[in-house]
Design a protein around this ligand. Structure first.
Ligand SMILES: [Ca+2]
Ligand SMILES: [Ca+2]
Ligand SMILES: [Ca+2]
Ligand SMILES: [Ca+2]
Length: 502
């Protein structure tokens, strides 16, 4: 027991307004003239990493015992029995102990178990979960000296802690040897002697920690005195703020840290530049934070990143964790602008180029002959050789591909093989012109190989006459014309037979 008490003292000395861990009084009621109860709360800082609990074994609670109550002393005290039941009571547990001989009407059913998971205990004072002694302490105002183990007997006894309505105090002594208690609440002429004090009688009143200003149990403003009819809440939080405080101490209420992070990600600008970045800001949780990155970094921001996956684990001061993952990608577009040109197009043909990716920017030396779907239209370009450019991406990482598209004007054999130069206005001559070409030379021969027509200049038309202008007989004639193609710079020779019919 001695070892335990030393630990308790040490905790008290280091604690300031926030208790690392401590049993506190949350509510005290005098009931109607009597019918007292005390509501305790196991207080302590929230932790994600463990279920934090307090060892209540042998911890004493008591009234004042001293002259503050004008000589009417409730000799003795109560304590939590040295049994496993009290070895680890989780933070955020509300624990009501009431006078079993004068049961307060606001108390309904006893709750003697932690197994139900409600973090509430409601226990009559005569329970064997407690011990009491009647021989001590010896009172001198705030100094109480509690006896050794031999004097404590099994079972509680409210008579050892009964509070005077007019003037008294309820306290959790910090040791057996009588220094200021860990926590005390006083009233009446004891006003000023406690950690928290109320003027006047406690008759018909309940004093409750309502967290009005903050969560400091030592701040008077956080406490409220009310009439028992409206103020008694045994086994329940005293106010919404009181509930929030209690639940935040206990991870099992589900109000665990809402630690998360806001992040922005910058991908690598160009292939192999390794200039990606992840910028991270914590949200919620409890400072300070520890950052653990999968690449060994420990800051909240990562710079100069190559493409890849980056995992982040943030641990806050309460041991709460948040994990997330990022993927840095490259914006490299190398090769993506490539496209295939199908070959030469005949004038008037259209084609859509095959590409690696959708989109990109198209342009050509023939202007609107290419549209932004990559469709080339040779009736806009005309005959010729054109440079087509496709750009994917922007800036340094863009990819450009250029191809040559040729549109030829090759002679298309639309010459008739029969014509009738009889002056009726239909098929009276043959026009040897070809699209997009010029005639270099041309001759028509009769069946004996005599030249009957030779192109000189102007329109290459043959009216079915010989070189002297005589009408020729019906029959088969042979022609050979040589053209200069406008696009491919080649000479093209076209020859064949044609039948003259009058
Ligand atoms: Ca319970
Ligand atoms: Ca006492
Ligand atoms: Ca009383
Ligand atoms: Ca309460």
């Amino acid at each position: 027991m001695k070892k335990y008490l030393l630990t308790k003292v040490a905790i008290f000395l280091f604690a300031t307004t926030h208790f690392s861990q401590q049993l506190l009084i949350n509510e005290v009621s005098q009931g109607t003239s009597n019918a007292e109860y005390i509501e305790f709360v196991v207080a302590g800082d929230f932790s994600c990493s463990t279920e934090t609990c307090l060892d209540l074994r042998n911890l004493v609670f008591d009234d004042n015992n001293g002259p503050a109550n004008s000589g009417s002393v409730s000799t003795g005290a109560m304590r939590f029995a040295n049994i496993d039941f009290w070895a680890c009571i989780p933070q955020g547990t509300l624990l009501v102990i009431y006078d079993a001989d004068n049961k307060n009407a606001s108390l309904l059913t006893d709750d003697l178990t932690m197994e139900d998971g409600n973090y509430v205990l409601i226990i009559p004072s005569n329970s064997e979960l407690f011990e009491h002694n009647t021989v001590a302490p010896n009172g001198s105002l705030l100094v109480s000296t509690y006896p050794n183990n031999d004097a404590w007997v099994s079972g509680g006894n409210w008579n050892t802690i009964r509070m005077q309505n007019a003037t008294d105090m309820v306290q959790i002594p910090s040791s057996m040897t009588g220094i200021n208690p860990d926590f005390s609440l006083a009233w009446g002429s004891a006003n000023g002697m406690g950690s928290i004090n109320f003027q006047g009688s406690a008759e018909g009143k309940v004093f409750a920690f309502e967290n009005n200003t903050n969560d400091d149990v030592m701040l008077q403003a956080n406490w409220t005195a009310r009439g028992i009819a409206e103020g008694q809440t045994p086994g329940k939080p005293n106010s919404p703020e009181n509930q929030k405080w209690i639940q935040e101490m206990n991870r099992n209420y589900g109000t665990v840290s809402n630690l998360s992070a806001l992040s922005s990600l910058e991908n690598e600008q160009c292939f192999n530049t390794c200039d990606g970045a992840i910028l991270t800001q914590t949200q919620g949780g409890y400072a300070p934070y520890i950052f653990e990155w999968s690449n060994g970094e420990t800051g909240n921001n990562l710079q100069n990143l190559c493409p890849g996956q980056y995992d982040l684990r943030i641990v806050d001061a309460k041991g709460c964790e948040y994990t997330t993952s990022f993927e840095i990608e490259t914006q490299n577009n190398a090769g993506l602008a490539e496209f295939a040109v199908p070959g030469e197009l005949a004038s008037g043909e259209k084609t859509q180029y095959e590409t690696q990716v959708e989109g990109g920017l198209w342009s050509a030396t023939c202007g609107t002959c290419i549209d932004q779907d990559g469709i080339f239209n040779s009736s806009i370009s005309g005959v010729g050789t054109f440079e087509i450019t496709h750009i994917v991406g922007v800036g340094e990482c863009s990819d450009t591909a250029t191809r040559i598209q040729t549109v030829n004007g090759h002679f298309q054999n639309s010459l008739p093989n029969v014509f009738s130069p009889n002056g009726d206005g239909v098929n009276d001559f043959i026009d040897f012109r070809a699209n997009n070409s010029t005639v270099l030379s041309g001759r028509v021969f009769d069946r004996w190989g005599n030249v009957v027509y030779e192109y000189r200049q102007g329109n290459p038309r043959w009216f079915g006459k010989n070189l002297n202008g005589d009408r020729l007989k019906n029959g088969s004639y042979f022609y050979r014309f040589v053209y200069q193609d406008a696009s491919v710079q080649d000479e093209i020779t076209i020859q064949g037979f044609i039948t003259l019919v009058e």
